[in-house]
Design a binder for this molecule. Sequence first.
Ligand SMILES: Cc1cc2nc3c(=O)[nH]c(=O)nc-3n(C[C@H](O)[C@H](O)[C@H](O)COP(=O)(O)O)c2cc1C
Length: 206
Amino acid sequence: MEGGYHPVADVISQRRSVRRFGPEPVARSLVRELVALACRAPAPHKSRPWRFAYVATDGAKGRLAEAMAGAWLADLEAVETSVHDIQRLLGRSKEQIMGAPALLVACLELTEAKEQADEGRRSAERDMFVQSLGAALQNILLAAVERGLVGYLKGAPLFCAPAVREALELPDGWEPAFLVLLGHPEEGFEPPPRAEVEVGDVMVER
Ligand SMILES: Cc1cc2nc3c(=O)[nH]c(=O)nc-3n(C[C@H](O)[C@H](O)[C@H](O)COP(=O)(O)O)c2cc1C
């Protein structure tokens, strides 16, 4: 990076997926602030297609964890995973959900998508909104880093959206897509080193 003050670049460089947290809670006001920043993301047709469910209580986390584990169990059994592996995977997933100091379910709501003439165009229209959710999630992760938090995304709700919607009684039309797990870093936390990106691989000069 050339000289000068680049706070956004610094935060982008610092952000890593961190899956272990210290014991301190995350203030509800901070969670609201992060969601507000998520909603500054670019979106198609000047829409606001992101919805965030804040899963704040152990009861709600427990219902979510059980519902997701139930859906995943059926998937794992269908691909003949060993009983030992199934128990390990489901146990870890439940621990992650229950142990997240702050937990959001990021959803898409597509009421502002435009009618399209054929399946290809409908799929492209949907893709635009999905991209926008990625931008909103990156806003959250970067803003969290700036405030001294760490965290990561889990795409599991994409694979069991009905179970998530039912467990949290989400409004019709909300499509659960990601868990956002956030917290304070553990004492002595050091981000893992990051491999250099080979910019030459992705830049094409003609
Ligand atoms: C769409 C998407 C889905 C992801 N799903 C998961 C997940 O289910 N579980 C998980 O631990 N990390 C998940 N991650 C985090 C990635 O594993 C992580 O971003 C990747 O390993 C690169 O590491 P970094 O974020 O530290 O740069 C996901 C990231 C993205 C963008």
